[in-house]
Structures are given as C-alpha cells and as structure tokens.
Design a protein around this ligand. Structure first.
Ligand SMILES: Nc1nc2c(c(=O)[nH]1)N[C@H]1C(S)=C(S)[C@@H](COP(=O)(O)O)O[C@H]1N2
Ligand SMILES: [Mo]
Length: 538
C-alpha cells in the first residue's frame, strides 16, 4: 500500500489520455516530416502497414482483396490509425500514473515502427528507421512534459514529494494542477504538430512532382507493329456488359504498395542480368522509346479474382517485345539450352515476380509495356514500365514499376507470392462471367439479354453456354474474336418466365477444354468453378 502511494502520483487520467493523443499526433507529424527527408515509404503508418501486408496470412489477404478491393489499403491504414489512437490514449492514461513508464511506452512503438520500416523488402538503408524513431522521441518527450503539468493536491500534501511543493507551476486555485500551463502547452503542441505534419505532407508530395513532370513530357511514338483493329462485332451493344476495352480509370488495381511509387522516367533504369545473360544490359526509358514498339490488346487477370469477380480487364498496351530484348542480351529459353528457367522481375518497391523464361520467349507478345490505352502507364498501373505476359496471371507476370530483371531458376529463387503459398507457375484458367442481369435483379418476363465476358488468354475462347436452372446447356452468341489473348463478349437472349431462376455460364477454350464446375479457392493458382446469378423474373 505504501509503495503504491509513493510511486503512484495522482493525476487526472482523462487529461493523461488526452496528452497521449497529442503525443501520438506529434509523433506521427514529426515522422511525416522526417520521412520526407528519407523517403515517403519510411513513415511509420506506411511501414507498419506494409509490414502487415507482407505478414498477413495469404487467406486473410485474399479475403481483404475480395471484400475491400482496391479500398483494402485505405481500410488497413484506417485500422492502423485506430489502433494507434487507442494505444496513445492508453499510454497517456498510464503516464498520468507512471509518467516515465508511459513515456517509455511511446519510445517502444518508435522501435516497432523503425523495425517495420527497415524490414520492408524495398528497404535498403537503416535510415528508414529514422522517421519512426524521431517521431517517438518527440512524442515521448511531449507526453512527459504535458503529464508533468498535471499535479494533484494530494501529491502536494504528501511529504514524500517535496519537489512538487516547490513547483512554481502549481496553482492551487485551479484545483491542484497547472491548468493554464497545460492548456497552453497542449495547444502549442497541437498547433506545432499540425504545422510540422502539413510541411511533411507537402514535401512528400513534392517528391512525386518530377515523376509527374516526366510523365507529362512523354509522347508515345507510333508503334512499329500496330495492334489488331478490334473487329466491329467484338463489342456488343448490350446494356450492363463490361466494355470491350477497359478504361484506365476503371481498370482493377491489385498490389502491395501503400504509397503508389512515383518514379521519374528520366532517371529510371532497367537492368537485365543473371544466368545465361552474356551481354548484361541497362536500358533507360529513352532507350526503350527508341526500340521498335509493339502495340497489343491483352486481357490481364488477377489470381485473387473469385469466380465472377471484378479483377480482370482488357487494355491496349504499347511496349517493347521482351523476348527480343532478352535475345539481345544473349538469353536463350530452356528449350534452346538456356540455363535459366525463371525470369524474376523486381520493382522499385521490392516486389518480386517470377515468370517462366520459356513462356516469355515462346513467341507470345510478352512485353515491357510503356503505355496503356493510348497514354503513358498510369502511376497506379506501373509507370514508367511494367511487364505484361499474355496467358499468365498478373502475380507471375505483370510486374509494375519494374527496375530489374534477373535470369535464374525456379530451384534457386522463390519470389514474393511464392513465399506466401501461391503457385510458382500459373497460367490463366478458362473463365466466364455474367455481367447482366446482376445478382438479385428483377427483370420483366419476356426476352432478357444475358451477357458477359469469357477469357482464356493465349488459348482463346471457342464457345460459351448458358444454363437456366437445371436445364440443358444452350449456346450463347459469341462476339467476334479480337485475338486469343483478349477476352470475348457473349450474349444470350433468354425467354424469361416469371419466378426465381438461376443462370449459370461456362466457356470452352480452343484446346477444347470446358470450364470446370469444380470449385477451388483462389490460392494457390486461381479460382475455378462456374459463375451463377440468381434473379427473380416479375
Ligand atoms: N510492383 C508490383 N507489381 C505487381 C504487383 C504488386 O503487388 N507490386 N501485383 C501483381 C498482381 S497480383 C497483379 S494481378 C497485377 C495487377 O496489375 P494492375 O494493378 O495494373 O491491374 O500486377 C502485378 N504486379
Ligand atoms: Mo494478382
């Protein structure tokens, strides 16, 4: 009992919690400013968020991608902020009782943030720990000072706290604690933090400006080899169907980057090296622009796409044929005696993506893409350069913000997703989706247009069939084919009778394989099964 009275200095816990909140705010603001001097990705929320993404069990990550989609990162950051808020309140309340321990707790979180930042795959320097550590020092110091203003009358009367008796800050008239001093210090801290935080924000934003300027300056030359002209009949005029070409702003985005990397195209370089590379090469963006460019329509799909899901899109890409560039570096595919069977692409944000060298060099239009639907790549889609390989899921082919290509073997190296339960090799599975009617729609009885898309990149789609309830499979009308690397629209005029009905779709690819009804999860190599939609006909 005695000990607790001696150690436990009474201070208002609520004001302690408020001090904790202010300290947390000051810590994050300081970190934001320091991260502008290091790099934006080193700020604690981003670093902890990134570390969380790296460590999230594959099933949970997949669930997050499915449920929050492109918003998954926003949800994660808000979650981290909510946890930090609670921690700040708790540490502040603790500091009201145990000033040193509470303040030390803030320092501990600085260490956690610093470790997270230096352990990210794209971290190359211990400097990445600086924002977290500096933030924590400021936060801990502020908490210590603020809580110091909260002294109770009981403490004053205690003979064991003679220092408090002498404290000139104490003002008995305000109920025992230095209200004026606290309010002044708290207000000053909040104002200073806001200023520091905003300055950090704007400095971090300015760093992206040279990248934005470099993108604005790019004029994509005419391709040496143009894309197929999309046949007239490739795009159906059915309300509610996905447009044949997916506009950039609607194109799905899946990646681990909490801050979209902003790379300046003028200083960007791509290095090609590794096993069997007889002429190691580094190319600039200008070098690529000077090479013969190909333009191709290619449908890209994500392995995390559920049956019927939205993570698939079709775009017109312009870029350099990867096989030609590799051949210039002396690379031979395994079938021609080359020693490397895996091409590992590495991005500026530390992502690693492995593709079979054989696939990349087998004649398909694998490319280093510089443009998407007539403009330089959007930042979110990999500016300045990304890979695109027809027929393979994005996680084994479509490295965005690429900066390095290493020729190696599947035995020697497991890239990012493979370390997290996903397959080494993953060709796209034959899939089809009903875009309209939407689930639980209530169409009128009569002719209802059922329509959607089907894809089996690099094999091609030969047939799409629709089944109503448990009826027989009926052939849908296929839109004209663009290329076998693109998806194909389909439609089916359904004589709908009133009542509840289930519509199911299946596609057959050009190898003759019918889309399986066997349902599998997305992990490890893509979901299989058939898309169904339940509607009620009025
Ligand atoms: N640097 C980087 N590249 C990446 C990824 C990533 O997380 N980081 N995700 C891959 C995955 S899983 C897919 S499906 C495609 C998605 O490309 P998009 O966002 O342009 O649609 O990018 C691939 N390239
Ligand atoms: Mo993906």
């Amino acid at each position: 009992m005695k000990t607790s009275r001696r150690e436990g200095v009474w201070r208002p816990v609520g004001l302690g919690a408020l001090s904790g909140l202010l300290a947390g705010y000051a810590a994050l603001a300081t970190a934001e400013l320091v991260s502008a001097a290091v790099r934006p990705e080193s700020s604690p929320v981003i670093a902890v968020g990134g570390a969380a993404i790296d460590r999230t069990p594959t099933a949970v990550k997949d669930w997050a991608i499915r449920n929050f989609g492109t918003e998954d990162k926003l949800v994660l950051q808000l979650g981290i902020l909510a946890v930090l808020t609670l921690l700040a309140l708790a540490l502040g309340a603790l500091a009201a009782r145990h000033r040193r321990i509470g303040s030390a707790g803030v320092l501990l979180f600085g260490v956690v943030g610093g470790l997270a930042a230096t352990n990210r795959p794209d971290s190359t320097s211990v400097a990445d720990a600086l924002p977290s550590v500096a933030g924590a020092l400021v936060g801990a110091g502020l908490l210590y000072c603020l809580v110091g203003r909260l002294r109770s009358p009981r403490t004053l009367r205690s003979p064991r706290s003679p220092r408090s008796l002498e404290s000139p800050a104490h003002d008995e008239a305000t109920g025992g604690w230095d209200r004026r001093g606290f309010v002044l210090a708290a207000t000053a801290a909040a104002a200073a933090s806001t200023g520091v935080g905003l300055l950090g924000r704007s400095l971090n934003g300015a760093q992206g400006q040279s990248a934005v300027a470099s993108r604005d300056q790019i004029r994509l030359p005419a391709p040496a080899s143009a894309a197929s002209t999309v046949p007239k009949g490739a795009a159906l005029r059915v309300k509610g169907i996905s447009p044949y070409m997916t506009p950039n702003q609607d194109f799905y985005r899946v990646d681990t980057a909490l801050v979209v990397p902003k790379v300046d195209a003028t200083s960007w370089r791509l290095r090609i090296h590794g096993k069997g590379v007889t002429r190691e090469t580094t190319v600039s963006f200008a070098d690529l622009l000077g090479m013969p460019l190909i333009e191709r329509n290619i449908t890209l799909a994500c392995v995390s796409n559920e049956v019927g899901g939205p993570y698939v899109g079709n775009a017109r890409w312009i870029g350099v044929r990867l096989a030609d560039l590799l051949a210039q570096c002396g690379v031979r595919p395994p079938s021609k005696g080359g020693p490397a069977d895996q091409l590992v692409a590495r991005s500026v944000d530390g992502m690693t993506i492995g593709s079979p060298v054989e696939d990349v060099m087998d004649g398909r239009d694998a490319m280093l893409a510089l443009g998407m639907n007539g403009e330089p790549l959007p930042f979110a889609h990999g500016f300045p350069v990304r890979m695109v390989v027809p027929g393979l899921y994005g996680f084994v082919s479509a490295c965005k913000w690429i900066e390095d290509i290493e020729l190696t073997t599947f035995d020697d190296y497991d890239p990012y997703w493979v370390k997290r339960d996903w397959a080494r090799e993953a060709p796209v599975k034959t899939q089809s989706r009903i875009d309209t009617p939407k689930p639980f729609a209530r169409p009128q009885a009569g002719t209802v247009m059922v329509a959607g898309v089907a894809w089996a990149q690099h094999r091609g789609i030969d047939k799409v069939e629709v089944r109503v309830d448990d009826g027989r499979w009926q052939q849908a009308d296929l839109a004209a084919e663009d290329t076998r690397d693109t998806w194909r629209q389909w439609s089916f005029p359904w004589k709908a009778t009133s009542g509840g009905h289930t519509l199911t779709v299946r596609a057959t690819d050009r190898t003759g394989e019918v889309q399986t009804e066997k349902r599998t999860r997305t992990v490890p190599d893509g979901a299989s099964g058939r898309h169904s939609v339940v509607v009620t006909v009025d």
